[in-house]
Design a protein around this ligand. Structure first.
Ligand code: PLP
Length: 586
């Protein structure tokens, strides 16, 4: 089916249709699914009431983690009370295990299209209807059957309002380690991201393209503005107040990155444009300096092109051999096969911590140790890991670690190369110019140690500072908590996607983070992407700059929703509902 012939008409204007729509999931099926996933919690004494039938998006949202209430957060089958009601000792029966997704989107009190609060909504929002979900309670936040005038009809407990007596018990993001045991309030997180408050194609934006780039919290946007308003100067070189402020801000950001990665020293943190530039830097400096014809570089089948092409170029230039670790049918690297590739000829193993195309989390620590056992260096591509899980380069023991700021809620054009300090200092610079030199004559130049030797010229100062603010943001929430929340969300989404007829998930490893690649029978991936866009749902369709791994699964392209800390069960419900609709049209 070509784009031109795809008929979107069936996807809009369905709100007037009576009863259930053809192809929509049967409520009883959704109920069973949801109950499998979120078993109802024991209803607290005195709060008992009938637990309404659960449907998709039912029971408990994954935001309900770490309540400190004795519930085992490691058990995804455990139902938990909604965090919006934490600490009250009272879990309203209308919420906990209720069949309502308390994390339904757009729960920002007073948020209305155009900013005006609609009359007659009880603390809710006025928003366009999602058409075509008659009677399907599970599609919370996607009302729109006959007579359902959009969000206005959704019960008020979806929305954080000061009319809600429980909301006041939700703590603000407290600082420090205490956060790891704090409730996760996804609606509060969402309010930090201005871009999520808008409508796209007349519908609230659902951003599920996080593997491509993440949205920015207000604190990051403000920090970059503040830099240009109050601190802007070139760094390191001038003897005036603003140069000092800018230098402090830039070096302060470096220290934040050091802590975020648990590196030993800020000298190990080199600011670059992004993960791509960081990998190219290692290839063109260390690779060019130390590798000899016949040496071998190993990458995995999962790699992004950014972790293939620079090594291929280097291999061609220096007559090296590039070898590939195969993956199993779930998309996990085959450790035995990897072990068989390693030898004394192996000089570098460069692999991703999380696959951007499949979501696979590789056993990075083990892979690093195996490489080191044969004397090889290791580069870990953390572009897809840093926003989803705590990272500890000291524990990983990798020689280099790379990531991009824009994938962890920071600005574009800034990224990080971590390298062990001695290794960085014994490696030749890859670019020459100002900032990186100790002394220059026409005959000879001596270089600074790291990080300066790899930061030639004026860097992206403001965006480095913005990246520092992004790290502050996720650190204040707590990476372990974010990771836990996203794990629930991923499980939830995987379960619901599996129920869409004709949908095949590509990449089903046991350890996954944040990514759900799939194909849908009868549709080109770009058609699915375009159809979702009609609903204001942003996903990526294409090869995701990872053609080798998609081809391993017989595909040239997939649809790829990818998750972040601000996504909700409601986002997933909306996605799955549209996919059911598409599926039923075939
Ligand atoms: N590595 C992985 C795993 C990625 O997902 C990406 C981007 O999607 C990159 C590297 C390249 O990142 P950037 O384009 O920000 O340099």
């Amino acid at each position: 089916m070509s784009n031109e012939s795809f008929d979107f008409s069936g996807l809009t204007g369905l709100s007037g249709q009576p009863g259930g729509l053809p192809g929509l999931p049967d409520e009883s099926v959704l109920q069973e699914l949801a109950n499998q996933f979120f078993q109802a919690p024991p209803v607290p004494q005195g709060v008992a009431g009938t637990v309404p039938s659960s449907v998709a998006g039912s029971g408990i949202s994954p935001s309900a983690v770490n309540q400190g209430n004795g519930v085992d957060i490691n058990d995804p089958q455990t139902s938990l009370p909604d965090p919006h009601f934490a600490g009250t000792g009272h879990v309203p029966s209308s919420v906990a295990g209720s069949g309502k997704s308390p994390s339904a989107p757009y729960a920002d009190a007073g948020q209305t299209k155009g900013g005006a609060r609609s009359a007659g909504t009880s603390g809710g929002v006025s928003a366009p209807s999602y058409p075509g979900f008659a009677g399907a309670q599970g599609f919370t936040g996607i009302p729109g059957s006959a007579g359902t005038p959009g969000f206005a009809s959704v019960p008020g407990y979806y929305f954080i309002t000061d009319k809600n007596p429980f909301v006041k018990s939700v703590p603000a993001h407290p600082a420090g380690a205490a956060l790891a045991s704090a409730p996760y309030d996804v609606n509060k997180v969402r309010r930090d991201f201005p871009i999520l408050q808008q409508y796209v194609n007349g519908r609230p934006l659902i951003w599920l393209d996080n593997a491509a780039t993440t949205q920015k919290p207000r604190s990051v946007i403000d920090r970059v503005s503040q830099f240009y308003e109050r601190e802007n100067s070139n760094i390191h070189r001038a003897a005036h107040e603003l140069a000092a402020r800018a230098t402090d801000a830039y070096e302060g950001a470096r220290e934040k990155v050091r802590r975020f990665l648990n590196a030993a020293s800020p000298n190990e943190i080199v600011f670059v444009r992004g993960a791509t530039e960081a990998i190219n830097l290692v290839a063109k400096s260390w690779g060019d300096q130390f590798l000899q014809p016949g040496d071998e570089i190993i990458v995995s089948h999962l790699e992004h092109h950014a972790n293939i092409v620079p090594w291929q170029q280097l291999a061609k230039a220096k007559n090296l051999k590039l070898k590939v670790i195969p993956v199993d049918d779930q998309g996990q690297v085959l450790l035995d096969a990897y072990g068989a590739l390693l030898s004394s000829k192996t000089k570098l193993v460069s692999f991703t911590q999380v696959s951007n195309a499949l979501g696979t989390i590789t056993p990075a620590q083990k892979m690093v140790a195996m490489a080191h056992a044969v004397g090889a260096k290791t580069l870990v591509d953390g572009a897809q890991a840093v926003s989803h899980m705590p990272v500890d380069v000291t524990a990983l023991d990798c020689d280099w670690y790379v990531f991009s700021g824009h994938k962890v809620f920071g600005p574009t054009g800034i990224g990080v190369l971590y390298g062990k300090e001695d290794l960085l200092n014994e490696t030749q610079p890859w670019q020459g110019g100002g900032n990186m030199i100790r002394d220059v004559t026409f005959e000879h130049t001596t270089y600074h140690n790291a990080p300066g030797r790899f930061e030639a010229g004026t860097g992206n100062i403001a965006d480095a500072v913005g990246l520092g603010a992004a790290i502050d943001y996720v650190t204040a929430i707590g990476m372990p908590l974010i990771s836990q929340y996203e794990h629930y969300l991923l499980e939830y989404a995987s379960r619901l996607l599996t129920g869409v007829p004709g949908l095949r998930i590509i990449g089903t490893a046991a350890d996954k983070a944040g990514v759900l690649s799939f194909i849908l029978d009868g549709y080109k991936t770009e058609e699915v992407g375009a159809a979702l866009n009609q609903w204001g749902i942003a996903v990526r369709s294409g090869h995701h700059c990872a053609q080798p791994i998609l081809r391993r699964f017989g595909q040239e392209s997939t649809v790829r929703p990818s998750l972040a800390l601000y996504n909700t069960c409601g986002d997933i419900d909306a996605l799955v509902a549209v996919l059911h609709r598409l599926s039923s049209n075939k």
